[in-house]
Design a protein around this ligand. Sequence first.
Ligand code: ADP
Ligand code: MG
Length: 255
Amino acid sequence: MPKSAMIDIELSHATLTYLGDEQPIFSNLNVHFESGTCTAILGPSGCGKSTLLRYVAGLLKDKVHFGGQLTSSPEIDIAQSIAYMAQQDLLMPWLNVIDNVCFASKLHGEKITPNITKRALNLLNKVGLESKAYQAVSELSGGQKQRVALARTLMQDKPIVLMDEPFSALDAVTRYKLQNLAASLLGGKTILLITHDPQEALRLGHQIVVMNGTPATLHPITPPTNAVPRDIDAQFASIQQQILTLLEVDNDTAQ
Ligand code: ADP
Ligand code: MG
């Protein structure tokens, strides 16, 4: 498979129950993740967003009962085609910035060739951190660490990118800048972006779904019509209100 492959993912009638539990976490999810687009998945804490992402990443196979289908077009091993970026910068504090960016290569036992170093420096340049390549990650700010995490995600050059609340620990301005950066650098990939922030979903989602209820189901939201990353405008307010109303319903039933 060429690394630049475009992969569509289809989840149909997906129901997932952790082994030992009676109640499914989610039930009868149907969603198409189109290549070259970002699907923003919103939902209250605990509704099953990370579970969904971890299942797609192939991390839960022996821990759950899964009904339904997870397929890709073209047919590939989805788990092998994924780069993952999480909220907590999963950086290795004892490594410097560039070694963190090259971490996946190191993990696979690859030799860090001058070409790999060149690619890593090029990506660090794109996220504005080339000058910090040989600095310890522990010396970086939260926003800088997430930019390293973004460079590392890009370094893996996978067609599918799963992002689990990647920007939620950041202040509003840093988050805004990183959203723009991610949108410009991740173009062409199939992106699943989990967020609890309606505004983030509206800025970045070509497709937006709200996950709620027990077991959780998915509710599509019609996104604004302009191109991503979207700036906040009047249309945002009314869609944001629709999303908040859906999120609120779940809180009420949980109490
Ligand atoms: P979210 O990411 O939306 O906050 P999670 O997917 O982390 O939600 O969790 C959804 C539900 O699944 C929670 O009730 C959580 O306690 C439960 N859960 C998460 N991991 C496991 C596990 N390994 N075994 C059993 N239950 C789990
Ligand atoms: Mg989560």
